[in-house]
Design a protein around this ligand. Structure first.
Ligand code: NAD
Ligand code: MG
Length: 385
């Protein structure tokens, strides 16, 4: 098919799986980008021969630059915090897969959409922090957002029939519940990084794995779904589906519910975003119903998992509240991973930050970054750092 794909965040969990999909579909790679992992990036460059490469860390980019000396047809190498975004203008990708983690991915999403390029979006933080700007760019410039997050891919798949899509009444967003499902706040107080990083169903980057343990991930996904499918928070129900086989559901006006089933394997939603509207064979295994036997459902415990409650509050508040929740969470997760705060402190800090201001009103890109910086400062100050 010969599609040209730019993969931003190619050294991460989603980026590496995206390259497996590229292998299976025979696509070519228009650009690769990484934050700091230049060892893996170098291997990927030698194998996929992209014309453009980006590294966020300037010093590491210089190291990579020297290593690529003498390479035949060496790629253009961009360095610095804006490098990933700048690859979008430098390469001629048919589609940009944004698999950068955190608000660092926002500018690349906006740049690709504003060039009219489709974006396969794994970077949910783009929509959480700057949702109205991203949606405006999509509406005005014609680049299309194709969800990679498994839940949003499931919803998107359930809404492919335009007649049904018009009578959507509710989204049922499924959650695995994470490694601490059923635990009390007291039991969570002393949870360690190692325990929080042991997710039962999915193997992911560290930040999203912690987000899954705190249920922040589901809160971020609630906000992501509001933007992608134009829904109000009260029209999105979160249901725990422990086996991660039902990736989400939609309910229509007549009460009929459609669900998307599949093995918990991110290559499936990544591939669908890249092949849409077509479905083709790929590397993900098939679902075996005999092995599966049963599916179980439950409710998330918002009293214990305050990150989810905080995201719901932020969704109700609108404006920059979700951006503040996201920034506070990124900072708090970084501190937790450095063993500087406890597990429950993440929820306390995110909720405290959302409660601290009204965050109301329209915003521009500068306001997003200012709000993100203020939320990070809030967390550092409250944590006594
Ligand atoms: P990861 O930590 O494994 O990879 C992140 C990638 O981003 C790496 O390539 C890293 O080098 C790059 N990066 C980090 N900081 C950067 C910066 N400042 N500038 C440019 N690049 C930077 O993360 P992941 O698990 O692959 O997740 C990536 C995104 O996809 C996140 O937004 C996450 O929420 C979302 N997502 C992940 C999964 C999953 O299964 N892993 C599922 C759904 C959604
Ligand atoms: Mg998800």
């Amino acid at each position: 098919m010969g599609k040209k794909i730019a993969i931003l965040g190619s050294t991460g969990s989603i980026g590496r799986q995206a390259l497996e999909v590229v292998d299976s579909q025979g696509y070519s790679v228009a650009a690769l980008s990484a934050g700091r992992n230049i060892d893996l990036l170098e291997q990927q460059i030698l194998r996929y021969r992209p014309p453009v490469v980006a590294v966020a860390d300037v010093a590491l980019a210089e190291v990579l630059d020297r290593r690529l000396d003498g390479m035949e047809k060496r790629p253009v190498l961009l360095a610095g915090p804006d490098a990933a975004r700048n690859t979008v203008g430098e390469c001629d990708a048919d589609i940009v897969l944004n698999a950068i983690v955190g608000i660092a991915g926002l500018s690349a999403t906006l740049t690709a959409l504003s060039a009219g390029t489709d974006v396969a979006l794994a970077n949910k933080e783009s929509l959480v922090a700057g949702g109205s700007l991203v949606m405006r760019e999509q509406a005005v410039r014609g680049g299309k957002l194709l969800p990679v997050d498994s839940e949003h891919s499931a919803i998107f798949q359930c809404l492919q029939d335009p007649y049904s899509a018009e009578s959507l009444s509710k989204i049922i967003l499924t959650a695995s519940g994470g490694p601490f499902y059923g635990k009390t706040a007291a039991e969570l107080e002393n949870m360690t990084k190692r325990e929080a990083l042991a997710h039962p169903n999915w193997s992911m980057g560290q930040k999203i794995t912690i987000d899954s343990a705190t249920l922040m991930n589901k809160g971020l996904e609630l906000i992501e779904a509001m933007w992608l499918f134009d829904m109000r928070p009260e029209d999105i129900e979160i249901v725990v589906q422990r086996e991660s086989i039902i990736h989400s559901m939609v309910e229509f006006e007549d009460g009929s519910v459609l669900a998307q089933f599949g093995v918990p394997d991110m290559r499936l939603p990544i591939q669908y975003a890249l092949t849409w509207p077509l479905r083709v064979r790929g590397p993900a295994p098939r679902l075996d119903f005999e092995k599966l036997k049963s599916l179980s459902f439950g409710r998330p415990d918002e009293q214990t998992f305050r990150c989810l409650a905080a995201c719901k509050k932020a969704a109700e508040k609108g404006g920059l509240a979700a951006c503040a929740a996201n920034g506070a969470n990124e900072q708090a997760v970084a501190l937790f991973l450095e063993d500087r705060i406890g597990f429950n402190d993440i929820g306390r800090l995110v909720e405290g930050c959302v409660d601290a201001e009204s965050y109301a009103g329209d915003y521009q890109l500068d306001d997003v970054y200012a709000c993100d910086a203020a939320a990070r400062r809030y967390v550092l100050e409250r944590a006594g750092i």
